[in-house]
Design a protein around this ligand. Structure first.
Ligand code: FNR
Length: 377
């Protein structure tokens, strides 16, 4: 790991260290994985406008705010499930890495292998978000939201795109199951009391996770759930999975406090546009409706470079999230891997900013014409 200098290096190390089924699970995109590649590749279509005789001494830092809370950087960690397949500490290593690297903001998955309370304890100073999937058992959901609030998480990311699981072909071929001893740890508490299943075991006919989603995840929910979650948890809700202006406006109409442009790392529906291709549409519609000052937009999908972060911020994202890069880093070096990949990404963003004449995050704006104007939307 000492010689890793880019996200690509971490992926190479991860592919060497991980069990094939785990690597395939993390790497998977839906179907032919066209959108998976597009998420990464389409950043190339946005050229940067470099400036000359910039002054590195003028650089003020990466600090910004998310939901009004001061954070050290707009680069955050996305919610990804089952992190104990990367290393024995799982989500604890992720949270320790986030805490150690300037209190990086993170979103914890509902489907973590470590209970949310234990994860929260490792990161007292981070802005902690919790991602929500809904069980079919309403009492389980309600109790979980209250546990989340009581553990110090201050925002919820409601995933809106997973009524069914995408077709991930290697997981089907592998009959993906969680390794012995691992499960969805947040639900352990409800197994005896509510009959809530927390095990992921394939029957041999399908991926174990796909079977789980069919049998145990609530598929009969809609936008109304946003207000119920807000009322019971007392926390703001971010609608995660927005890929068009129509859903952006509907989410806000139903009470979403912020939007999250994401195609779930291209794991759900293949041949959707790359996320960077729809970010402009969402930002524009908020401007049109006069909502842009009120509603923040977060972004993920395919970010592998500081230049990618810069482009998403320039188009209008308030913060960006890294999914697979963090998993690769954990597989390469646990907590230390997380710290190192965060440092690489933050350093690259800093360099991009200086070379484009942006000395603080507020300088990165479409109006600052840091990108070629016609490529933005
Ligand atoms: C995810 N993602 C995800 N999203 C979510 O809302 N809840 C979850 O539990 C998971 N789990 C998950 C597992 C794995 C292995 C991956 C790769 C992704 C989606 C995730 O939050 C994020 O949207 C993408 O990972 C971002 O894309 P990149 O950075 O991986 O390209």
């Amino acid at each position: 790991m000492d010689r890793a200098v880019s996200v690509k290096d971490f992926e190479q190390l991860a592919s060497e260290n991980l069990h094939k089924h785990a690597y395939d699970y993390y790497r998977a995109g839906a179907n032919a994985a066209i959108s998976l590649n597009d998420n990464v590749e389409k950043f190339r279509n946005i050229p940067l406008k470099t400036r000359t005789f910039v002054d590195p001494k003028k650089f003020k830092g990466l600090e910004t705010t998310i939901m009004g809370q001061k954070v050290s950087s707009p680069i955050c960690i996305a919610s990804t499930s089952f992190q104990k397949m990367t290393n024995e500490d799982g989500e604890l290593a992720m949270a320790r890495g986030a805490q150690a690297f300037n209190h990086t903001t993170f979103m914890l998955s509902s489907w973590s292998n470590v209970p949310l309370e234990d994860v929260a304890q490792q990161a007292p100073d981070c802005f902690k978000m919790f991602q929500i999937y809904l069980s079919k058992i309403p009492d389980v959901n309600k109790d979980l939201w209250i546990r989340v609030k009581n553990s110090g998480f201050t925002a919820l990311g409601l995933t809106t795109d997973t009524q069914m699981l995408g077709k991930r072909e290697n997981d089907l071929r592998n009959g993906f199951s969680l390794p012995e001893g691992l499960n969805m740890a947040n639900y352990n508490k409800y197994n005896k009391t509510h009959g809530q299943n927390q095990d992921i075991k394939s029957s041999g006919k399908d991926s174990g996770l796909s079977e789980y989603v069919k049998n145990h995840k609530d598929q009969n929910i809609g936008w109304e759930i946003i207000n119920e979650i807000k009322k019971i948890s007392g926390l703001p809700v971010i609608a995660k999975g927005i890929m068009c202006k129509e859903d952006a406006l509907t989410a806000i109409e139903y009470g979403a406090d912020a939007l999250f442009v994401s195609n779930h790392g291209a794991r759900q529906l293949d041949t959707t546009p790359a996320t960077i291709e729809v970010l402009g549409e969402v930002i524009e519609v908020l401007k049109e409706k006069g909502l842009d000052k009120k509603i923040e937009v977060y972004f993920d999908g395919g970010i592998r470079r500081g230049t990618d972060v810069f482009k998403a911020l320039a188009i209008g994202a308030k913060a960006v999230f890294l999914g697979r890069p963090i998993l690769w880093a954990m597989a390469a070096g646990g907590q230390k891997g997380v710290e190192k990949v965060l440092k690489i990404m933050n350093d690259e963003l800093k360099e991009t900013m200086i070379r484009t004449g942006c000395y603080c995050i507020e300088d990165i704006s479409k109006n600052g014409v840091k990108l070629e104007e016609e490529k933005l939307v």
